[in-house]
Design a protein around this ligand. Structure first.
Ligand code: NAD
Ligand code: TYD
Length: 355
């Protein structure tokens, strides 16, 4: 399949994970024409794609997946043979402040894409496929033990995870109802270069750099599993090409950590890199009021993906954090640009309420 000429639509390709995925596909598969469709919200940034912007097999389309008519015209004209769907509102805190945008983009936007693809794939070719990228947050919150498997019942607890769960259900319903060719993966927290500094790791790096308080929600006891973004991309590549249609695959980083320990580790690594006195960044840690409905722990059992397709994460959390910090230190202009304007307003409002 990788040798044949294909037209592939990637949605949300100007965002964090999407931009890594678009670059990977454009570089690795010269026979594929990759369309990146993105509305360029606050989280979308074409600078993430500078290295491939002039590649002959890459095209950018500015469009909103909520706009069904525009999407339909585009599908009927270009007739992509496969879709990898990442476009979404992706930040839990924003979903708590304004759930409506999450329902529009994550639920209605996904339905629009499903309908458009279904209308042009009525005679589904062998490898027409709609690959939906989702999150482990749909499974809810774990106690101290246990892992999410592909069989874990859905129990979303934030407007963000509820909107993603809803989109997963819609995608799966198309498989059962219309024999529509779908794939789904649910992964843990990604980190790496180009992540918008509203998410924990880049926010802490940015604040250490600028010697601003490091906001830790509650007591910092919540646990997340961290997945190096390039490992996520390699899993998506495998699942896209070799996954069984109709299946769901869990993807994890095998790197669980309490938030406070992660923040302390970032402080230690940054003190070293910035030649600051050992312990000086940790003094910036500030415990702030907890996120409402804060999920306690996420942890992923990805053994099905390992057994079926031989995938495993390749990068340890410490190495991944070193690479991430190095990237942010060498791209301070990128960080400054995305941290101004709208984001600054959001940041001031959001953290003013928490302190
Ligand atoms: P992101 O917020 O960095 O990027 C989202 C992209 O979608 C942006 O480029 C934005 O402009 C675009 N977009 C938003 N609304 C749109 C609309 N209406 N029409 C077209 N484009 C629109 O997100 P990310 O962190 O790269 O996440 C990508 C996907 O992976 C999402 O579906 C998210 O739910 C999922 N996911 C992310 C993580 C994570 O840790 N970041 C973990 C699990 C799953
Ligand atoms: P985040 O990066 O927003 O991802 P998610 O909510 O999808 O897991 O948050 C990761 C963890 O860090 C989560 O438990 C909330 C916590 N957190 C803080 O303690 N302080 C912060 O400023 C942010 C943004 C998150």
């Amino acid at each position: 399949m990788a040798d044949s000429k294909k037209t592939i639509l990637i949605t949300g390709g100007a965002g964090f994970i999407g931009s890594h995925l678009v670059k990977h596909f454009v570089n690795k598969y010269p026979n594929y024409t990759i369309y990146n469709l993105d509305v360029l919200s606050y989280a979308g940034n074409l600078e993430n794609l500078q290295s491939i912007q002039n590649a002959p097999n890459y095209k950018f389309v500015k469009a909103d997946i909520v706009n069904y008519e525009g999407l339909k015209t585009w599908f009927e004209t270009i007739r992509p043979e496969a879709v990898i769907h990442l476009a979404a509102e992706s930040h839990v805190d924003r979903s708590i402040a304004d759930p409506t945008a999450f329902i529009k983009t994550n639920v209605l936007g996904t339905l629009n894409l499903l309908l458009c693809a279904k209308s042009i794939w009525s005679d589904a070719a062998d490898w027409n496929r709609f690959y939906h990228i989702s999150t482990d947050e749909v499974y809810g919150s774990l106690g101290e033990d246990g892992y999410f498997t592909e069989q874990t019942s859905y129990d979303p607890r934030s407007p963000y995870s509820a909107s993603k769960a809803s989109s997963d259900h819609l995608v799966r319903s198309f498989f059962h109802t219309y024999h529509f060719p779908i794939l789904i993966s649910n992964c843990s927290n990604n980190y790496g270069p180009n992540q918008f500094p509203e998410k924990l790791i880049p926010l802490i790096i940015n604040n250490i750099l600028n010697q601003k308080p490091l906001p830790v929600y509650g007591k910092g006891e919540n646990v997340r599993d961290w997945l190096w973004v390039e490992d996520h991309v390699s899993a998506i590549d495998l699942i896209f090409h070799k996954g069984i249609l109709g299946q769901t695959y869990n993807i994890g980083g095998a790197s669980e950590m309490k938030n406070i320990d992660l923040v302390l580790l970032l402080c230690e690594l940054m003190d070293e890199k910035l030649n600051r006195l050992k312990g000086s960044s940790a003094k910036l840690i500030h415990f702030v009021s907890d996120r409402p409905g804060h999920d306690h722990r996420y942890a992923i059992d990805f053994s099905y993906l390992t057994q079926q397709l031989g995938w495993k994460p390749s990068c340890s959390l410490r190495d991944g954090l070193q690479k991430t910090i190095d990237w942010y230190l060498s791209n301070s202009e990128w960080l400054q640009k995305v941290s101004s304007g709208d984001y600054l307003k959001y940041y001031e409002q959001h953290y003013l309420q928490r302190v």
